[in-house]
Every structure is written in C-alpha cells, then in structure tokens.
Design a binder for this molecule. Structure first.
Ligand SMILES: Nc1nc2c(ncn2[C@@H]2O[C@H](COP(=O)(O)OP(=O)(O)OP(=O)(O)O)[C@@H](O)[C@H]2O)c(=O)[nH]1
Ligand SMILES: [Zn+2]
Length: 344
C-alpha cells in the first residue's frame, strides 16, 4: 500500500502525489457506497493497479486534522489572505470578512499585503499595523521588486496553506513567483489568451518544491473570494473579533450587542484600543448575520437531517441518491441555535 496526498479532484478521479510521482486514482467501491468524501489535501492509502500508467485505487482516507467546507479542503495549517495595497484598493471590510471566517474555522491566517511597489511606505505601515497590533501575522510583498518573498517563503515552508483573496490582488502571480515551474493563469491579457487558449483554474494543491522542503503546499481556490455571514449567529459574532474579547467583559450587559447599549465597553474603546474600521466591519457583519437569521426563522423550509454520521464516514442508504449539502447543514445549525434560543 502506498501513501500520498490528494492534490486535485476531477469528476471521479483523484490525483494523488506520492513522493512527487502522480497517480490517477479511483475510490474503492465500498468507500463510494459509504459516501466517503475525499477532499483536496487528504492523505490517503492507495494500491497501484497499473505500474506503467500510474493508476491506483484509494483504500483509506487518513483521519483529518481539520477541514473546511467552503472551499472543500483538508489538513491545512494556515490560510494566506492576499490583499492588494492598491489596484484594487485595500478594503478593510474585505480583510475582516476573511479573518472572521478563518477565526470561525479555527484556521490561522497570514495576511499578505501585495503590490507594495504601488504604495508609500508610511501608508503600508499604517495599514498593516492595524492587523499586526491585533496579533495577526503579516507580510508585505511585491511581484515587481521581489520584496518580501524571502520572508514569505519562510512562512510557507513545511506547511499546507490555503490561498484566498478577491480577484486581481495577485494570488496567481505570487504562486508563480514562489515556484517558477508553476504557471497559474494571471489576469494580465497574455498572448496566449488573445489566441483564445483560455484556461479555467480549479481547486488544486501545488507543491511549492522549495529547494530545502518538499512538504510545502499551497492550495489555489478559485471562487473563494466572497463570503457572506450565513455561518454564525449574531450574538456570537463578537467572538470572531479577537481583540474585542478583553474589552467586552466590562460591558454593562452580558448580552451586549455593542451597538446602542449604555455602558458598552467596546463602543467606549473604539478609536482608542479598537480600530474604527474593525468596529465598522463588526456592525456591518452583524446586520448580515441578523438578516440571515431572520431569513432562516421565517423560511418555511423543513430542514431535517436524514442520515447518521459515524466519525468521518457518513452512512447513507445506497438507494438514497440525495447529496449531503454542506450549506443545508450550515442552515440546520443556525436553525437549531434559533430553536435553542427560543426555548430559553
Ligand atoms: N504592480 C504590481 N502588479 C501586480 C503585483 N502582483 C500582481 N500584479 C498584477 O495584478 C494583476 C492581477 O494578478 P493575478 O495574479 O492574476 O491576480 P489573482 O489574484 O490571481 O486574480 P484572479 O485569478 O482573478 O483571482 C496582474 O496584471 C499582475 O501582473 C505586484 O506586486 N505589483
Ligand atoms: Zn458592549
């Protein structure tokens, strides 16, 4: 039996990297029947079925250290959020949106401020200090000048990093620069594109093949560029703003929403110990989460669980063709919490 890492999934085929040899694998029938899901980043045991063609069958998915449902990836050490200092303009709301999502999923974020060549040093410092002061790891890079790439490599070495960030910030350019053998499509209109050989990117893991490490991976996640607050109850949102924790204990009401209550210690600290942009993001996300909660409360949809789970494997009647939808589960979770709240 061989061991490897799933780096790409295409319909029923799982592409497994085993010591830099690529195997095209199928899933063992019994695992298929058990609806065993296999994610990019999964470590698997497989058996070769054809030596010459590098084909195999996956027999076992190793227990995951963690997993994300959107995008569907497993065993990640950190998330790199790429933002541009200019072109497109930096959006703190956008940064905070991603940070909240990673906090919720307990994944350590690394914020990469790219396109440093387009921005004055003092403006860069002003922006990154907002996040450094909270305790987030940051790095400043430029594709044009090469600034920050040594530091970035050190932060990526021997880790599996999931890539995120809105379109045009330089994600593909950064990956291409980290490993010149990789050629991810960038947005710049290239001769290739003009000739019409447009390539669509897929969720895929790349080995960065650093000279001193073969275990540094990055997962490109096209489409992972916008998140809405449909995963958390409004009253839990403040916990995702980590720097609020030390102040909210002193709010007068323990169910304080930090919006218009009297003696709210969060509001008292905005502009001093809490950045205005962070608080504004909080208010905006709170509204989104409230709207989602209302929608779930009033939607007549019956959302029911119709399967049982046993550890990671989900056993479903084979005849049951229904797909287990992570969004539906998410909605069910929020629904359960609303019910709990109503019972109290
Ligand atoms: N000036 C400058 N331009 C950059 C830098 N990094 C990337 N760019 C340019 O920004 C544009 C977008 O870069 P991409 O790498 O395609 O951005 P992306 O985040 O992968 O975009 P999507 O594929 O749409 O998600 C390209 O024209 C790059 O050449 C940088 O550090 N400085
Ligand atoms: Zn408060």
């Amino acid at each position: 039996m061989e061991k490897g890492k799933v780096f790409k999934i295409h319909s029923d085929f799982y592409y497994v990297d085993s010591n830099t040899v690529i195997f095209e694998c199928k899933l063992k029938e019994v695992l298929k029947k058990q609806k065993q899901n296999v994610l990019v980043g999964d470590n698997v045991y497989f058996e070769k079925i054809n030596q010459t063609n590098n084909q195999g069958v996956i027999y076992e998915v190793v227990d995951r250290k963690n997993e994300l449902t959107r995008p569907k990836v497993a065993n990640i050490n950190q998330a790199m959020l790429v933002v541009a200092l200019k072109e497109p303009n930096l959006s703190h709301m956008q940064i905070n949106r991603f940070l909240c999502f990673f906090e919720y999923n307990k994944i350590k974020p690394l914020i990469c401020f790219n396109k440093a060549d387009l921005c004055e040093k003092n403006e860069i410092d002003k922006n990154i200090n907002i996040y450094k002061n909270i305790g987030y790891e940051t790095v400043v890079t430029s594709i044009q000048t090469g600034e920050g790439f040594c530091e970035l490599k050190n932060k990526l070495i021997n880790k599996t990093t999931v890539l995120s960030g809105v379109s045009g910030v330089g994600k593909s350019s950064i990956v291409n620069k980290l490993n010149s053998q990789l050629i991810l499509k960038t947005n710049k209109v290239s001769e290739k594109n003009e000739r019409g050989t447009h390539t669509t990117r897929h969720l895929q893991m790349y080995n960065l093949n650093f000279e001193n490490s073969h275990q540094s991976f990055i997962i490109d996640t096209p489409g992972f560029s916008y998140l809405s607050f449909d995963f958390i109850m409004p009253n839990e949102l403040d916990s995702l703003f980590v720097e609020f924790n030390q102040y909210k204990k002193k709010c007068k009401f323990n169910n304080c929403t930090h919006t218009n209550e009297q003696c709210c210690n969060i509001i008292n600290n905005v502009g001093d110990n809490i950045e205005v942009s962070r608080y504004e993001s909080y208010l905006s996300f709170l509204n989104e989460a409230k709207k989602y909660k209302e929608k779930v409360t009033y939607s007549g949809n019956k959302v029911e669980l119709n399967y049982k789970t046993n550890q990671q494997k989900t056993y479903v009647k084979i005849s049951d063709k229904k797909r287990i939808d992570s969004r539906r589960l998410q909605k069910q979770k929020i629904k359960n919490k609303i019910e709990e709240e109503n019972e109290i």
